[in-house]
Design a protein around this ligand. Structure first.
Ligand code: PSV
Ligand code: MN
Length: 435
């Protein structure tokens, strides 16, 4: 496919040129951190290697400017098609080396020619992670409305339409090389009594079972829960309890997806992660951050310690060699006031930071403190890892795989967005929402 305005300007030569003046300082900082970690018996290159292999999928919807239900303020050079979105995702990946896959949302990013999209992704060195179905918005081509629900609607015709859409997502995902379907439904009630809560859950189980049977053997179905919004009294898949119950009824390919924004304030998300690991049903994450609810802020921007504690559970599971443990990593954020590429670059880095910090935890020492009920030293063991500035490890990991030592500075100097603003159509001014 001929895309003359593709991400050519952010290429290997550009990145290596941007890295050149930073190499000397990086070597010094990396050596200093290496000696400090060596005193604790940690071999820095082992952590760097793990960070270099860390990957998180980009949400196709995340490269467009997001918005609230009040307004959306699109920036210049917004992607106008799924191909533009792939270009932006490729830029994030070239700069960070951490985002080799894209999670598509249908029908927002439904390609008219799946093979052409797959071929284009191949040329960019990108692959496709979980595909996301959308039964939370009406489309002109749909005969039935989702106003009162989709997979759990009282009307079997609406349920059939929602099931059919999910089956289409699986077919499209197969053509694109995806290996998972994420199902998030907006179904629920705004008033006590509006919905028969037990029957709605039963209808959910009946509907997802019809989707489950169509999953290829090597696929997972990721069930995403959310405790409120757009339904404000009760949602059908409200919490990890409901999603785990559903996953267990469905079968081994059904797993729970934890979106960090889908919990009540102060809920201990790392505990939920730990329990889902125990159940062998942790399917994956939608990473983001929040202060109040489903704020969809950039990962690590509000609660970096919480993010670390979640990664600490993942590192612990890896350390314990938990079987059948391969959670998917995906970002799910809404970039309302930043350049989406910058937010995604920074978020990928924050996840790598939390991963590196989690790998620094002295697990033998921690286990000892836990066994002897030394609460203070156990907590200090986590804090020691968390407060280590692992920035040189992240920079060295990026440099080792040809990504940018300072990805944000490189991006800003590339002029990529300006070039997009010249080649892409002017964004729509009005409207709200994230697409
Ligand atoms: C819902 O809030 C959600 O987290 C689901 O993952 C959706 O697919 C995504 O946001 C985009 O609306
Ligand atoms: Mn989500």
């Amino acid at each position: 496919m001929n895309r003359p305005n593709g991400p050519a300007r952010v290429n290997a030569a550009f990145i290596s040129e941007a890295n050149a003046p930073l190499l000397r300082d990086l070597q010094a900082d990396y050596a200093a951190l290496g000696s400090r970690l060596a005193r604790d018996g940690v071999e820095i290159d082992r952590i760097t290697d793990a960070v270099a292999h860390f990957a998180v999928a980009l949400p196709s919807w995340g490269v467009g400017t997001g918005g609230t239900r009040f307004a959306r303020f699109p920036g210049p050079g917004e992607p106008a098609s799924v191909f533009d979105k792939m270009d932006d995702c490729a830029v994030v990946h070239r700069l960070t080396g951490a985002t080799p896959a894209v999670s598509l949302h249908f029908p927002w990013d439904k390609p008219s020619d799946a093979k052409a999209l797959k071929d284009y992704a191949d040329t960019l060195g990108l692959r496709f992670d979980a595909v996301n179905s959308n039964t939370f918005q009406d489309r002109p081509e749909n005969p039935h409305s989702y106003k009162f629900g989709s997979l759990t609607h009282t009307d079997p015709a609406v349920r059939a339409q929602a099931i059919e859409h999910n089956l289409d997502c699986i077919s499209l995902g197969r053509e694109l090389g995806s290996k998972a379907l994420t199902v998030w439904i907006a179904d629920g009630a705004n008033f006590p009594g509006q919905q028969h809560m037990a029957r709605a859950f039963e209808r959910y189980l009946e509907s997802v079972a019809k989707i489950y049977v169509a999953l290829p053997d090597n696929w997972n179905m990721l069930l995403e829960h959310k405790f409120y919004e757009p339904a404000f009294y009760a949602t059908v898949i409200q919490d990890w309890g409901s999603s785990l119950m559903a996953a267990r009824e469905l079968g081994p390919k059904a797993r729970c997806l934890v979106d960090l924004g889908h919990h009540a304030p102060n809920v201990n998300i790392e505990m939920i992660v730990c329990r889902l690991i125990h159940a062998r049903r942790l399917g994956g994450f939608h990473f983001n951050d929040s202060k109040y609810g489903d704020d969809d802020l950039d990962a690590g921007s509000i609660h970096p310690y919480r993010l670390f504690l979640i990664f600490n559970e993942l590192a612990d599971a890896q350390w314990r060699n938990v079987s059948d443990f391969h959670p998917a990593h995906m970002l799910d954020q809404s970039h309302n006031v930043t350049d989406p590429i910058e937010s995604l670059v920074s978020s990928a880095g924050e996840l790598q930071r939390a991963w590196a910090q989690a790998l620094l935890v002295d697990r033998e020492a921690l286990a000892g403190f836990q066994e002897s009920n030394d609460a203070l030293m156990a907590s200090q063991t986590l804090k020691r890892a968390f407060t280590t500035d692992v920035s040189p490890i992240l920079a060295q990991a990026r440099n080792s795989i040809g990504a940018a030592i300072d990805p944000l500075a490189a991006y800003r100097s590339s002029g990529y967005r300006k070039a997009c603003a010249e080649s892409r159509p002017l964004p729509r001014r009005a409207g709200s929402g994230i697409v």
